[in-house]
Design a protein around this ligand. Structure first.
Ligand SMILES: [Zn+2]
Length: 174
């Protein structure tokens, strides 16, 4: 069992990732709702992670692996887009937070995200995913601009209402 990464460290790493990928939260105009959802493709591209969609069995959301020095992120093609986005953000979280795993296991499937959350790594990757998909500063901006309902926020951020509700609770809005 590895030591857990403190949430404030994960928070900083997520913020740094967004700014490194030229995602400037301050410049997002939330009155244009199409601008709000975080562009995960941009993040993946900037890390040379290739996203692929596969017909996995339903209990597998995504896999992350390294092959011939290239990074691959496999997503379940049968899942709803909001779930796929959470999976992608979660796997990027593993990549950023748990890099050693990848370095130590070349040419193997690194990670299977099944439905059951078992380890602290899973909790950390989920927290990271929430930070990049639903940045607190962007939620605050939406709220200031009267985008306040859970379903409305979820659709703006292109996440599930459940994920948004959980996030809003964690941030103290609910
Ligand atoms: Zn995971």
């Amino acid at each position: 069992m590895t030591n857990r990464i403190p949430f404030n460290v994960i928070k900083k790493k997520a913020a740094k990732l967004l700014s490194n990928c030229d995602i400037d939260l301050a410049s997002v105009d939330v009155t244009n709702r199409d601008e709000i959802a975080i562009d995960l493709k941009k993040i993946a591209d900037s890390h040379s992670i290739r996203i692929e969609y596969h017909d996995f069995s339903d209990n597998i959301s995504g896999v992350f692996f390294k092959k011939n020095n290239k990074l691959f992120l496999g997503v379940n093609s049968n899942h709803h887009e909001v779930r796929q986005r959470f999976t992608i953000a979660h796997e990027i979280g593993h990549h950023v937070l748990h890099t050693d795993d990848i370095l130590h296991h070349d040419d193997e499937k690194m990670h299977f995200r099944a439905d059951r959350i078992q380890s602290s790594e899973e909790t950390e990757a989920n927290f990271f995913a929430a930070e990049i998909l639903m940045p607190a500063a962007l939620i605050e901006k939406c709220v200031e601009n009267d985008i306040v309902y859970v379903n409305e926020l979820a659709s703006c951020f292109n996440v599930s209402p459940q994920a948004m509700k959980y996030r809003l609770t964690n941030l103290g809005y609910l």
